[in-house]
Unconditional design. Structure first.
Lengths: 176, 201
């Protein structure tokens, strides 16, 4: 599941070719005027145009699906390496999607809303044992204590705090 | 390109190639679209030319009334192979006979061949005959090499097999009590792998 840079130049070529093909079709249509000779060639060009359109639509749609999955797997803030591969319109789409999701989450579950991106797997206990996989600096939990996340240190932390970091690969859930 | 029904779309072009008799008139200039695919070149007025065409093009050009194209069925859908499928559908290597047997077959029905009812029936009965075995093997092959099971399956059957395997694996995880085990997202793991290979390169 990786997102590569949008192939811009590919699209430009496509737009140019499409306009060329379309213009040829229009010319042919003007010549037709009741005769049916040129209709197969018009249909031929039209099929080509439609097919290219389908390919491009599929490519863009596939990218959008992956970007949507990023919100659920990574969280609201995407790392720069991924953002580098997205074009401006896709970033815009991502922000809109985040907003819709946040609005929805606020509307369910009573007053404070319900964070549905949490507890993606059924929780078995409130606190879990985690091991740090890389240096992440200081981490503050709800009751004010600050924990230093150094590589290979193990901690016993509340599950809801760690879930995000585990998904991002900073911590590792340890089951004894 | 023929699109597989489940819209997780791989962008490799699939050429449904079959012989077509072009009984059309009219100047058709050499066509080439963006990907530079095969050039359909015909001199004006050449009737009865046989050529290979991608499925989407044939569908676009086909017209029942005007009789621009007539389509020749690929081998697998003809009388001979239909009897084989009727006798025992499970022995056939559907991957070799065209990895998109079901999908392409369904699309071919578009071309109003007189054998359409038989083709449709054969495709359906073949699927029914093979499904049981696919489902069985996907539900019982846990943690082992499945390449032998999968190699004779067509693409639709392979996606069904994969769905079955994923269900089986999730269930086994649950049985082992690891369904509440939090893991890093697959994206993170892949990026990490990519970074390591980039560093090594």
């Amino acid at each position: 599941m990786s997102l590569l840079t949008l192939r811009r130049n590919f699209f430009n070529v496509h737009v140019i070719t499409t306009t060329k093909i379309y213009r040829e079709n229009c010319l042919n249509e003007a010549k037709t005027e009741g005769k049916s000779e040129l209709i197969p060639s018009i249909k031929f060009r039209h099929s080509c145009l439609l097919r290219n359109q389908r390919c491009i639509a599929a490519y863009l749609y596939d990218r959008l699906l992956r970007i949507r999955a990023l919100r659920w797997e990574y969280g609201s803030v995407l790392p720069t390496t991924i953002r580098f591969h997205m074009c401006a319109e896709e970033m815009e789409w991502f922000n809109q999607y985040k907003k819709s999701l946040a609005t929805y989450m606020r509307s369910i579950g009573g007053e404070e809303g319900l964070d549905i991106t949490q507890d993606m797997k059924p929780p078995k206990s409130l606190y879990i044992e985690v091991r740090c996989l890389k240096d992440h600096g200081e981490f503050e939990i709800d009751d004010g204590t600050v924990i230093l996340l150094k590589k290979n240190s193990q901690h016993f932390l509340p599950r809801w705090k760690c879930e995000q970091l585990i998904r991002q690969g900073v911590l590792e859930h340890v089951i004894s | 390109m023929w699109w597989h029904r489940c819209s997780c779309v791989p962008l490799r072009p699939v050429y449904a190639e079959f012989e077509l008799s072009l009984t059309a008139m009219g100047a058709k200039p050499s066509g080439r679209n963006v990907q530079g695919q095969r050039v359909c070149q015909r001199r004006p007025g050449s009737q009865g030319t046989k050529m290979e065409m991608p499925l989407w093009l044939a569908k676009g050009l086909y017209e029942r009334k005007r009789r621009v194209l007539s389509m020749e069925l690929p081998k697998v859908y003809r009388e001979g192979w239909r009897t084989v499928f009727g006798a025992d559908p499970t022995v056939v290597d559907l991957h070799k006979m065209g990895p998109y047997y079901y999908g392409l077959g369904s699309q071919l029905l578009h071309f109003d061949s007189p054998e359409n009812p038989e083709i449709a029936n054969t495709i359906l009965q073949t699927f029914i005959g093979r499904f049981r075995r696919t489902m069985d093997s996907s539900q019982n092959a846990y943690n082992e090499d499945t390449s032998a099971l999968v190699e004779r399956l067509d693409c639709l059957e392979r996606s069904l097999f994969k769905a079955g395997q994923s269900g089986l694996n999730s269930f086994q995880l649950w049985e082992k009590g690891r369904s509440s085990h939090l893991t890093a997202s697959s994206l993170v793991i892949n990026y990490r792998k990519r970074k390591i290979t980039d560093l090594q390169a």
